[in-house]
Design a protein around this ligand. Structure first.
Ligand code: INI
Length: 157
């Protein structure tokens, strides 16, 4: 049988960067709180977490890129884009999503996606709860798992 490699949820040795945007702060504050709950549950030390706040989701990739240069083990992207009356929503969403994927692929550092793109505020609220329904928490757990998976797959670690 081929060996299956998975990443653990042990965050005690990891340095994690978070990029969170201020647009729709009512939602992104909850995503950030959810991410912090997730990191704490994995044992990540507060001193090993850097939080960079950016104005909007459009600005997330460049800040994530800067953190990637600083060699964090994983980066968590948090934002909230809600559809308005124009196509601005599509451009901001696409830039944010494509941008973080590009940073991850070019740096080799996982950048996990806690950026909500929704049609209305209610959909965003449903995904930014103080319970298990929080995409910030999901992105945090995914960041830990991916950081550990990549460590396992890299011989020098
Ligand atoms: N930024 C968001 O994070 N969410 C939005 O819903 C949003 N809308 O709707 O416009 C938004 N726009 C701002 C954008 O991210 C940039 O900050 C701005 O264009 C300046 O570059």
């Amino acid at each position: 049988m081929p060996e299956v490699t998975t990443g653990s949820l042990d965050g005690r040795e990891l340095r994690i960067g978070i990029v969170v945007s201020r647009w729709n702060a009512e939602i992104t504050d909850e995503l950030l709180a959810g991410a912090q709950r997730g990191l704490a549950a994995c044992g990540v030390l507060d001193e090993n977490i850097t939080i960079a706040q950016v104005p909007g989701a459009f600005e997330i990739p460049v800040a994530a890129d800067k953190l990637a240069v600083e060699r964090y083990d994983a980066i968590i992207a948090l934002g909230c884009v809600i559809k308005g009356e124009t196509t601005h929503f599509e451009h901001v969403s696409n830039m944010a999503m494509n941008g973080i994927a590009q940073v991850a692929l070019e740096s080799g550092i996982p950048v996990t996606c806690g950026i909500l793109t929704t049609y209305d505020l209610a959909q965003a609220q449903a995904r930014a709860g103080r319970d298990d329904n929080n995409k910030g928490t999901e992105a945090a757990l995914t960041a830990i798992e991916m950081a550990n998976l990549l460590r396992s797959l890299t011989p020098e670690f």
